[in-house]
Design a protein around this ligand. Structure first.
Ligand code: ADP
Ligand code: ZN
Ligand code: ZN
Length: 732
């Protein structure tokens, strides 16, 4: 009888569809009985050696024996992909129609063990003097110099010693052989710091107490995700902190996801104050080495709370108890690159399901998807209806900019906002001014009547393309010339629209020289640490006005802010997108929530072109449910999410081949039973050329998952890249 031979199924770290499958390797004797699922290995692949991951074992050889190659060696002692992480990677690949090698990459420490971007622990050799009285040869002058230095210091870094004594490493090694010194390796952690504050645990309000009780009930019971819907300033963070404290008591870990970590310094400080050294903060400004160290600390269970942006959802906590997704509605939670374009909220939910952890989704303006699931009972809906300490929600005033224009005001500031800003002079009160820039230059608006040019076939605004000076619809093939007069009121003021934050700052500086301004946008925050610097200027009161784009709407908690001004608040409404109303409502509600968080009541002035739009009206009344009801009925009527799933298939490449690829995919879908009515396009993408590549897309609406079918998309011209985006946020 022959002993059963096992073969290892390995996924290799080569990002290409053709090789995104399991390759069989034989297991060398030295690894027999040692190799486990999730181990990282070095394998021969073609003429190269590459990193691979063991994903299965099998007793049957599926390739011819003469082609079988052997694993070269292990790259780590322990299997570094935990079983639940392996499961999660498989789900990512299947659900998002991507590469398994890429999904596994999310689960691994940053950098590679082999090949490019190699990282390791920062190791240093320490030399300690043990016996100064050894016999040295007469000509060993370098060794003698080293001993002298050691007599003085006792213990020193090897690199330093060798340099000081002008010696070589080999003479240091001889010293060790003689028994004069001991050399040991020491791992230096590259530490990540945050600003320390003191932050005592607060006594919860009645609503907060009830919310925490619900969370704990779910956590110890059926583990339904909790949707924590709490108005701005209702104290959601305190609930997270106390829920996490309980999880830690049980020896488990928590992951806290935030939309943009650079914008949450205050939150980080509070977590640091409560949990001290047991927290790990993962942010994009960390070096590769720093991220590497954090990863291993988490993997080894030396961290209790991981705080980070979307990719922290994959942090390798060994005994996960809780995931919090704060501001769950935020667009930054969508991965927009690579073959796996995941939605963080859904990944978090899957991970909780696989590990037995509890999920909390928190927001003042939940996404339609989440609220819909909550109403269906899939999530436990927990509400916080009041701000803490009985603080009122700020009053929101709408200013109709069409009327301002009629009355001869051609500037960007309405009379009301100008007056309110002037009122800051001589006080310690502060203002936040938001410029809503998203998509501003892509649509055309009449400054006289507010009319926006729309597609006659679809209910989306048209996009102006500089290249052919035409208005385009990105759902169908409609194109038209920009008319000289407004089709509604015949005025000549049909314009592409928008102002930038830089322009706003210079206007404010000119009109109000006594008020110091700072600006937070993608231009001013390119440098590392720029966010923190700008926010500090504002927090300290050195600057009285904070000007910015969408960034300033997120989570900031400054008690002296009594005024929030929003310029062209409803421009996002005309973004050619089914989520335009939702985004506008969220943005207005969130930015209004920055006002009146201290002892003084807040005022919010919102400049709009469509004051009667329901998204604007509901935001003014702080009426989430009113907004939800109208928007959900619109979605139901058009069979948009959450009633269907959107899938975008984007092809890019040379003009003819790209169009041909899109048509090939369309034919495939039709032949496999996808209904014509559920395919929008193929048509050129709204951004129809990017970096010299032409772009065509199909948008699918489906009530059931098409992922399995999409894994079988037909081959197209090799010059054309095809991206499948499940639940896309943007269709540009
Ligand atoms: P949200 O995240 O819901 O907008 P925060 O968690 O930032 O609200 O809380 C708003 C403010 O209220 C913070 O300054 C916080 O310290 C304070 N706060 C929260 N809970 C309490 C409480 N139970 N008692 C007193 N102050 C509280
Ligand atoms: Zn159209
Ligand atoms: Zn008009």
């Amino acid at each position: 009888m022959q002993r059963e031979v096992l073969y290892a199924g390995v996924i290799v770290d080569v990002r290409a569809e053709a090789v995104d499958r399991i390759f069989q390797y034989s297991i060398p004797d030295k690894l027999a009985g040692k190799l486990e699922l999730g181990h990282r290995v070095l394998v021969p692949f073609g003429h190269r050696r590459v990193e691979g991951y063991v994903v299965e074992f099998s007793g049957e050889l599926e390739i011819s024996a003469d082609r079988l190659k052997s694993i070269i060696r292990l790259l780590d002692e322990e299997p570094i992909i935990l079983p639940a992480q392996m499961e999660l990677a498989r789900w990512l690949r299947n659900h998002y129609v991507g590469l398994l090698s890429e999904a596994l990459q999310f689960m691994l420490p940053p950098g590679n063990r082999y090949g490019k971007e190699r990282v390791g622990f920062k190791q240093q050799q320490m030399v300690t003097l043990v016996n100064p009285d050894v016999e040295l040869r007469a000509n060993a002058t370098a060794q003698r110099r080293m001993l002298e230095i050691l007599l003085d210091k006792g213990r020193i870094l090897a690199s330093e010693l060798v340099k000081k004594a002008r010696a070589s490493y080999s003479s240091l090694e001889s010293l060790a052989k003689l028994g004069a010194v001991q050399i040991e390796d020491k791992v230096l952690e590259r530490k990540v710091a945050w600003e320390p504050v003191s932050d005592p645990t607060l006594v919860l309000t009645e609503e907060q107490t009830a919310a925490l009780r619900e969370i704990n009930k779910e956590r110890k019971g059926s583990r339904r995700p909790v949707l924590l819907h709490g108005v701005t300033g209702s104290g959601k963070t305190e609930i997270y902190l106390q829920a996490i404290a309980e999880v830690i008591k049980e020896g488990r870990q928590a992951i806290v996801l935030v939309p943009e970590i650079a914008l949450t310094p205050q939150m980080l400080s509070r977590f640091g104050a409560r949990f001290g050294d047991r927290i790990s903060v993962l942010h994009s400004a960390l070096s590769l080495g720093e991220r590497f160290d954090q990863w291993w600390k988490i993997y080894n269970g030396d961290v209790s709370v991981v705080i980070g942006a979307r990719s922290a959802v994959f942090a390798p906590t060994p005994n996960l108890g809780l995931i919090v997704v704060d501001e769950e509605h935020e667009g930054t939670y969508k991965q927009e690159q690579g073959s796996i374009r995941y939605v963080t909220r859904d990944v978090a939910e899957k991970r909780c399901e696989l590990t037995g952890a509890q999920l909390i989704l928190g927001s003042a303006t939940p996404s339609l998807e989440s609220y819909h699931r909550a109403l269906k009972g899939e999530y436990n809906l927990v509400q916080l209806t009041k701000r803490v300490e009985e603080r009122p929600l700020p009053a929101v005033e709408l200013v109709d900019m069409r009327r301002e224009f009629e009355e001869g005001n051609r500037t960007m500031l309405s009379g009301a906002l100008r007056e309110a800003i002037a009122g800051l002079a001589g006080t310690e009160n502060q203002a936040i001014i938001l410029i809503n820039r998203r998509g501003y230059s892509t649509f055309v608006l009449c400054r006289e009547c507010g009319h926006v040019m729309e597609c006659p076939n679809c209910s989306v605004s048209l996009t102006w393309h500089r290249s052919d000076n035409r208005l385009h619809c990105h759902y169908c093939l409609h194109r038209e010339v920009l008319p000289p007069n407004c089709p509604r009121c015949a005025s000549r003021y049909l314009r592409q629209f928008g102002v930038g934050s830089e322009q706003v700052q210079s206007v404010l500086n000119e009109e109000f020289p006594e008020l110091r301004t700072v600006r937070l946008d993608s231009d001013t925050t390119r440098r590392k640490g720029a966010h923190q610097h700008i926010l500090k200027e504002f927090a300290s009161g050195r600057a009285q006005i904070l000007i910015g784009t969408q960034m300033v709407a997120k989570g900031l908690d400054f008690p002296n802010v009594t005024l929030v001004g929003v310029l062209s608040a409803d421009l996002a409404l005309n973004f050619p997108d089914i989520r335009a109303s939702e985004r506008t409502f969220q943005l207005l509600t969130q930015v209004a929530g920055r006002s009146g968080r201290g002892d003084l009541p807040g005022r919010v002035i919102v400049q709009v072109y469509e004051p009667n739009h329901f998204a604007v009206q509901c935001a003014q009344r702080h009426d989430y449910t009113g907004f939800y009801r109208q928007e959900i009925s619109f979605r139901r009527k058009l069979n948009y999410p959450p009633f269907s799933q959107l899938i975008r298939i984007l092809c890019s490449g040379p003009a003819e081949e790209t169009k041909e690829a899109a048509l090939t995919i369309e034919r495939f879908l039709l032949s496999r039973g996808v209904s014509r009515d559920n395919i929008l396009g193929p048509a050129p993408a709204p951004i129809d050329r990017l970096k010299g590549r032409y772009r065509w897309q199909l948008v699918l609406k489906s009530e059931e998952s098409l992922s399995e079918l999409l894994h079988e998309l037909p081959a197209v011209d090799p010059e054309v890249r095809v991206i499948v985006d499940i639940d896309p946020l943007f269709l540009m």
